[in-house]
Write a protein that binds this ligand. Structure first.
Ligand code: DGJ
Length: 716
């Protein structure tokens, strides 16, 4: 079956992924509706669905039918949540879109369908784009709006331009899964019944956000980790966003999502085109675990820039010395890190301008002459001589008012005339929508990377955008909310193109900027400033719902933890951090010889499993992380790695076996264990390991803070 099939007479288009079908149809009254989204179906069946469509009978009060539309506009007999709101000249609203044609194309990145609509009176062209790939169950959608009038025409005001709406098929009930959180408490997973009415997840801060993340998953309330139908929608965008679920009393549910927050309006001038970021949808019959694996596979195959690489073990001294960095002390700690087997040494905040605390210096991106009298060269060379790559922290979007940059270019910050410029963390945000700001940022970053052969940048963003004005764009200042994010993307893209060896970590006060937009141009994400291993379990659990382990940076830091004060044994801290891209962030000068030796060994263990962790399929096993015995299993070819955690002895004894998943039932697996010693050396079939499980020894199932790494290998 070709991935996209069309029956143009009946105006039906069917898009297939390996396991699913997504079908749309232009009805006799000209509306583009979703016909089907579920398990794979033939084109004939889809066409039949279109022919058998009944126009819902009953009262006209049951209108609107716009929940089923792909891009319901504000207008006509629609009173639901619009995906598209346009105000035309003279204050005319109520867009009237008419179908104008389709096109299907294959390019290097899958198969694309375009459905074109034009307004019945005003020169507005709307194109709905769809893309499917042969190796991913993700359906990708986005929309372009174009003002096709001549230059004398007035602009249109676009109030909402979502990338599309998705109908969740009719079920007896609906539940949503989403994450909420805060700084140092990101990605707390919640599942709730979808309320009747309109329910919005959003972010108005200008980064992706700590408080919510732009995705939602829906099920009928019965799906589990291993079973059941799940529909997921995720937006690939790192600025403000909105996802609205609309559940109607009559029994239907639709989810519309896009960039921008409520109240912002963009002017579309003659000839101008507005392209939304991509919105991705996934359907699976295999429960939340299968949904996550579909997202992860998609991220590895089609989002991350260098998914084939194995991420190195990193050291970062932020939690060890905070702003207190200089050439000699960084080299001193680098020597200790190298001795442990660290491969990438990253110097964090405090190396530039007058940045000795968070009061000054952001914007002045040259080495602090007191701390680095000979520039960064000696440190970079010293780190490389120790056999490690060299990385640096930057926060390009920010400026401290106490900086040469601000004194020279106060107009470069995001602000409104006649309004205060409120500071947060003593800083303001530079307007990356401006060409001169982008040019400046690219210029110094390019030189910094080139002059020191920098291998890695940690790109941070530590305050929300407020007072989002752009005085030079009077009349269209809201454009800032799009153009700032686009500017960040552009600078990163140019930098990567000019420096193919450069790798980038996305950070925003911890995990405030993770989404499929930033992941397309960065290699990993700093998951949270909270490095308490116990808290990290739930943070990483929430993160893993959408994003792969290969992009989840996790450090082992000191105990008691500097943020939470909790003491956790070193091995447990390591085992939790091994579930992603392992890093070390503790003050190595204060670690005992025994701890340093243990760290060296554990880094060695991580290197034996990291390819499986970073490139494998992930299965979440056992109880909720932190609530009892839980594990994360990764399967990659013949190799399997399982990280087992039991943080606290409960009143109830822990289970005696841990059932694995995703194995070949008929193959034999050899169990090589580092922590579950009783299991080491034995072999079992995949069937037994999945039906009965690995025996969990008392050492792991009893007491507090017990954990283990188990490695298995398929032998035949
Ligand atoms: C916030 C980050 O999350 C930290 O890891 C650190 O880089 C600080 N910023 C530095 O200011």
């Amino acid at each position: 079956m070709t991935p996209i099939a069309a029956d143009t007479d009946r105006r039906v288009w069917s898009l297939s992924t390996p396991n699913t079908t997504y079908a749309v149809h232009v009805t006799s009254d000209g509306r583009l509706v979703q016909l089907y989204w579920g398990a794979r179906m033939s084109v004939d069946e889809v066409v039949l669905l279109a022919q058998q469509r009944t126009t819902a009978g009953g009262s006209s009060f049951h209108l609107p039918g716009d929940v089923e539309e792909q891009l319901p506009v504000e207008g006509g007999l629609r009173w639901g949540v619009p995906s598209l709101q346009v105000t035309f000249p003279g204050g005319v609203r109520s867009a009237e879109l008419e179908f104008a044609g389709d096109s299907i194309e294959a390019d290097g990145d899958g198969h694309r369908l375009e459905l074109v609509f034009t307004d019945s009176h005003f020169p507005l062209r709307v194109v709905l784009h769809y893309r499917v790939r042969e190796d991913s169950d993700v359906v990708e959608r986005w929309v372009t709006l174009k003002h096709v009038g001549d230059e004398n025409e007035e602009p249109f005001a676009v109030g909402r331009a979502d990338a599309g709406s998705w109908l969740i098929p009719e079920r007896a009930d609906y539940r949503y899964s989403a994450v909420s959180g805060a700084w140092a408490a990101e990605n707390q997973l919640g599942r709730e019944r979808v309320p009747l009415g309109e329910f919005t997840l959003c972010n108005r801060r200008g980064n992706t956000g700590h408080h919510a993340n732009p995705w939602v998953m829906l099920d009928d309330g019965t799906a589990t980790e291993e079973h059941g139908e799940v529909w997921g929608v995720a937006l690939a965008w790192s600025g403000t966003w909105r996802i609205t679920a609309q559940r109607r009393f009559e029994g239907r549910l639709a989810v519309t999502a896009g960039f921008g927050h409520d109240g912002v309006t963009w002017q579309l001038r003659p000839g101008e085109e507005l392209t939304t970021p991509p919105l991705l949808g996934v359907y699976t019959e295999g429960g939340f675990g299968a949904a996550s694996r579909a997202w992860h596979r998609h991220a590895r195959a089609h989002v991350l820039p260098r998914p084939e690489e194995v991420r190195p073990v990193l050291y970062n001294s932020w939690e060890a010395v905070w702003f207190d960095v200089d050439e000699e002390s960084q080299l001193e700690i680098a020597r200790k890190a190298a001795d442990l087997g660290v491969e990438l040494f990253v110097m964090d905040d405090g190396w530039f301008g007058k940045r000795v605390n968070d009061h000054a210096g952001l914007g002045d991106w040259w080495p602090n002459p007191d701390r680095f009298p000979n520039g960064l060269g000696p440190l970079a060379d010293g780190v490389r001589k120790l056999g490690m790559a060299f990385g640096l922290w930057v926060e390009p979007e920010m400026v401290n008012p106490d900086s040469d940059l601000y004194r020279t270019h106060p107009d470069w910050t995001i602000h409104f005339p006649h309004r205060r410029r409120d500071e947060l963390r003593q800083q303001l945000v530079l307007n990356f929508g401006r060409d001169d700001v982008r040019t400046w940022a690219h210029g110094w970053l390019d030189r910094l990377v080139a002059d020191h052969g920098i291998d890695f940048l940690k790109w941070d963003m530590n305050r929300s955008i407020s007072q989002g004005g752009w005085p030079e764009r009077a009349g269209d200042q809201d454009r800032l909310w799009i153009e700032h994010t686009r500017g960040v993307y552009e600078v990163i893209d140019r930098l990567r193109a000019a420096h193919p060896g450069l790798r980038i970590e996305s950070c925003s006060g911890g995990g405030g900027r993770v989404d499929y937009g930033i992941l397309a141009r960065t290699d990993e994400v700093w998951t949270s400033d909270n490095t308490d291993a116990f808290h990290r379990q739930s943070i990483q659990h929430g993160y893993s719902q959408l994003y792969p382990a290969a992009a989840m940076a996790a450090w082992v830091t000191d105990s008691p933890n500097p943020i939470t004060g909790r003491a956790v044994p070193l091995e447990y801290r390591f085992h939790v951090a091994m579930a992603g891209v392992l890093g070390i962030g503790g003050n190595l000068h204060e670690w005992t010889d025994r701890e340093l030796e243990q760290a060296r060994e554990l880094i060695g263990v991580y290197k034996t499993i990291r390819e499986v962790v970073q490139h494998g399929d992930q299965y979440r096993l056992g109880s909720e992380p932190g609530q009892g015995l839980s594990a994360v299993e990764y399967v990659h070819g013949d190799n399997v790695a399982v990280l087992v955690y039991h943080p606290h002895a409960g009143v109830h004894p822990a289970p005696g076996h841990l059932r694995l998943a995703g194995l070949d039932p008929d193959a034999r697996y050899e169990v090589a264990s580092d922590g579950m010693a009783e299991a080491g050396g034995c072999t079992a079939t995949g069937r037994v390991l999945m039906a009965v499980g690995l025996p969990v020894p008392r050492r792991v199932a009893g007491g507090d803070w017990s954990s283990a790494v188990v490695r298995l290998r398929r032998i035949r």
